[in-house]
Design a protein around this ligand. Structure first.
Ligand SMILES: NC(=O)c1ccc[n+]([C@@H]2O[C@H](COP(=O)([O-])OP(=O)(O)OC[C@H]3O[C@@H](n4cnc5c(N)ncnc54)[C@H](O)[C@@H]3O)[C@@H](O)[C@H]2O)c1
Length: 257
């Protein structure tokens, strides 16, 4: 098992990509703390982790709130005594809109969760990782960071910001054997797309989207992201830091035919 006796915090682990990563890591021997605003779904994911014979916690935590984040990390340290892995998957996706029409408070909210949330969680775990001289930070950014879809300027800015943080933190933390890397997912079928997909038309929407826009002709699954996350969270990637990996079925390469 690649993560035997490791302890991971997974923000946004209640559902979607974060849940896929949590279940994959549990299969590999990892104890998991889910930090999410959705408690009911967090508890369901936790139940699956416990059923696999792993330990875990489901902690109510808004990643944009420094006190919430501080308390969440304290709980993890009290129970497990360490944090080996931090996966920053919590994120929100606003509806597409022209820059002229994006409300200022929507900009603030997107940046608070998607960018400041990553900052606060890293800030809270890094001292514990430094103490052990070991850590693996895996950020879930987006293909939008390098190949923006247009009309999502706040989302694109937040995800490009995560890439910038990745490079900076990787440099600072490399001497402590703490690696910091980022995954850029392409389109992944989760409830994240709720703002865009017509209700009841999910199958048609995702099939068409995949065929038209993804070189591999399909949208991805949380499990597709979990494989790359496992590589970056395990010692398979012990000498890899400050990198990003596109996991987008060929996106963001341009599909020409
Ligand atoms: N689904 C995609 O196509 C896609 C593509 C590129 C990037 N991403 C990124 O992947 C990450 C996960 O997306 P997903 O598809 O799993 O979405 P999702 O909506 O299914 O899951 C996101 C999770 O984050 C949690 N969350 C939201 N705000 C939070 C907050 N303030 N504090 C704590 N938890 C919070 C939600 O409760 C939810 O459990 C996001 O950062 C998203 O931007 C997704």
């Amino acid at each position: 098992m690649l993560l035997k006796d490791r302890v991971a915090i997974i923000t946004g682990g209640a559902r979607g990509i974060g849940r896929g990563i949590a279940l994959k890591f549990a299969d590999e021997g990892c104890s998991i703390a889910i930090a999410d605003v959705r408690m009911a779904e967090s508890k369901k994911t936790l139940a699956k982790i416990l059923k696999k014979g792993r330990e875990g916690l489901a902690i109510q935590c808004d990643v944009a709130d420094s006190l919430n984040v501080h308390n969440m990390v304290d709980k993890v340290i009290s129970k497990f005594g360490k944090v080996d892995i931090l996966v920053n998957s919590a994120g929100i996706g606003p509806s597409p809109n022209s820059i002229a029409d994006i409300p200022e408070d929507e900009w603030d909210k997107v940046l608070a969760v998607n960018l400041k949330g990553v900052f606060l969680c890293c800030k809270a775990v890094v001292p514990h990782m430094k103490e052990k001289r070991y850590g693996k930070i895996v950020n879930i950014s987006s293909g939008a960071a390098i190949s923006p879809p247009a009309s999502l300027v706040h989302y694109t800015a937040s995800k490009a910001g995560v890439l910038g943080m990745t490079y900076d933190m990787a440099l600072e933390l490399a001497p402590f054997s703490i690696t910091v890397n980022t995954i850029l997912p392409g389109p992944i079928r989760t409830e994240f797309w709720g703002n865009v997909v017509p209700p009841g038309k999910e199958d048609e929407f995702f099939t068409d989207f995949g065929k038209r826009l993804v070189p591999m002709q399909r949208v991805g699954t949380p499990e597709d992201i979990a494989g790359a996350a496992l590589f970056l969270a395990s010692d398979l990637s012990v000498f890899v830091t400050g990198e990003y990996i596109n996991v987008g079925g060929g996106q963001p390469l341009h599909y020409q035919f």
